[in-house]
Design a protein around this ligand. Structure first.
Ligand code: AMP
Ligand code: ZN
Length: 112
């Protein structure tokens, strides 16, 4: 499958990892939009939030269990924003669901 994030998960493309377990991986965004910008995603290929259903919602719930740990490991101490883009109008550019974790500084109201 020609999916950039599946290739990162397999280790075919390098990434700067913050956290990994059997279901979730988190790594620094290559083009950060703020001081600390991490992407958290399921290892299972789910295209976007628009493709979440009863067969895969457990993986999404589990990411949200991991997000506090990931934020801490990334050095975020004073709050963060979690964003996911889904589909064309949102400007989703990688079609493997991922959650932007943005922090490390006071964020503008609109980012990502
Ligand atoms: P989105 O636009 O919501 O689909 O977000 C995709 C994100 O992936 C963007 O913020 C990119 O900067 C980021 N990105 C693209 N390629 C890589 C990569 N090889 N390693 C880390 N982040 C990447
Ligand atoms: Zn994928």
């Amino acid at each position: 499958m020609d999916c950039l994030f599946c290739k990162i998960i397999k280790g075919d493309i390098p990434s700067n990892k913050v956290y990994e377990d059997e279901r979730v991986v988190a790594f620094y965004d290559i083009n950060p939009e703020c001081k600390i910008h991490v992407l958290a995603l399921p290892k299972k290929h789910i295209e976007s939030a628009d493709h979440v259903d009863e067969t895969n919602s457990g993986d999404i719930a589990y990411i949200f269990e991991c997000i506090p740990k990931i934020a801490k490991l990334a050095g975020i101490t004073n709050g963060y924003r979690v964003i996911t883009n889904a589909g064309s109008d949102s400007c989703q550019s990688v079609n493997h669901i991922h959650f932007h974790i943005l922090g490390g500084e006071k964020l503008p109201e609109h980012i990502k």
